[in-house]
Design a protein around this ligand. Structure first.
Ligand code: ZN
Length: 260
C-alpha cells in the first residue's frame, strides 16, 4: 500500500453548516476528508497537497486553522519534524514526515531566495551558535561521497536542489527512502547559496558539498506532533486561545493584553 500523507488540523468551526463549507472547499481540490468533528473542532485529511496549501483552502472559507499533527494512513506517528528556516531576509518552514518505513516526505516553502537553484542538505549538527557555519558537514553516517537525492552514492543528508521562482519563493515536496526522521531530529537543514552539482563536478569539492557554497539559511530539525498527539486547544500558560496565539508574540506586552 502506498503511504498517503495525513494531516490533522484544528479548525475554528462552530456550526454544522461550517463543516459543509470546509468540506466543499476541500473537495474541489481533491483533498479527502477522513474525519471532521465540529464539536472537537477537528479535521483530518489525506492529500498530496502541502500543509500550507490545505491551510490556505480552509482559511479562504473564513475559518481559522492550525496544523496539529502530521502522519500517514499507514501510521499516525512514525515520526514528524519541523525546521523553521531563517537567514538574511530568507524565511520558511519545512516539514519532514515519516510516511512509512523507507518513505519520508520533506515538504516546505521558503521565501526570500535569489531566483534559481539552491542546494538543500541535512547537516550533522543542530548548532546555530555561529549561524549556518556551525551546522557541520552534510549528514553522512555511512561515509560516502556527496551526491543528489537520486544518486546511488550520496550522503544521507543530500536532498539535491530546490528552485526559487522569480518572486523568491521555493515550494517543494520530496520523497526519500534514505532519510529517516528519527535519524535527523536535532540536526539542521541548510539552504545553500548556489546550485548543487550533485557530485558531478570536476573538482574535489564536488564530492564534498557539490560546490553549492555557504549556507544562506538554516534551521534546527525539531520533533513535531504526529496525528492525535497534540490535544492543545488553549495555550496552557496563559489561556490565549490557539487561534489567537499565532498572531501574538510569544512574550511581551501584546500577549498580556490578549489574556482572557
Ligand atoms: Zn552531501
Amino acid at each position: 500500500m502506498d503511504a498517503k500523507p495525513r494531516m490533522e488540523f484544528a479548525v475554528d468551526m462552530k456550526c454544522d453548516s461550517c463543516a459543509d463549507i470546509v468540506k466543499n472547499a476541500l473537495k474541489t481540490r481533491d483533498v479527502e476528508v477522513v474525519m471532521l468533528d465540529v464539536k472537537k473542532q477537528l479535521l483530518v485529511v489525506e492529500s498530496q497537497l502541502s500543509f500550507k496549501e490545505i491551510l490556505t483552502l480552509i482559511e479562504d472559507t473564513g475559518k481559522r486553522a492550525v496544523l496539529m499533527g502530521y502522519g500517514s494512513n499507514v501510521s499516525s506517528s512514525l515520526g514528524a519534524a519541523v525546521a523553521e528556516i531563517s537567514g538574511n531576509n530568507v524565511n520558511g518552514v519545512v516539514r519532514i514526515v515519516q510516511l512509512a518505513n523507507n518513505n519520508c516526505l520533506i515538504e516546505g516553502t521558503i521565501d526570500g531566495l535569489t531566483p534559481g537553484k539552491h542546494g538543500l542538505n541535512v547537516h550533522e549538527y543542530g548548532d546555530l551558535s555561529d549561524g549556518c557555519r556551525s551546522c557541520g558537514n552534510h549528514f553522512n553516517p555511512h561515509n560516502f561521497g556527496h551526491g543528489g537525492i537520486n544518486s546511488e552514492e550520496r550522503h544521507v543528508g543530500d536532498l539535491g536542489n530546490i528552485s526559487a521562482q522569480i518572486n523568491g519563493r521555493s515550494s517543494f515536496r520530496l520523497l526519500d527512502s534514505r532519510i529517516n526522521v528519527w535519524d535527523i531530529i536535532g540536526r539542521s537543514l541548510v539552504v545553500h547559496e548556489k546550485e548543487d552539482d550533485l557530485g558531478s563536478g570536476q573538482n574535489e569539492r564536488s564530492k564534498v558539498d557539490g560546490n553549492s557554497g555557504p549556507g544562506i539559511a538554516c534551521g534546527i530539525i525539531a520533533r513535531s506532533s504526529g496525528l492525535f498527539q497534540n490535544a492543545k486547544r488553549l495555550c496552557t500558560c496563559d489561556g490565549v486561545p490557539l487561534w489567537d496565539e499565532r498572531e501574538v508574540p510569544i512574550v511581551g506586552k501584546e500577549r498580556t493584553r490578549q489574556k482572557l
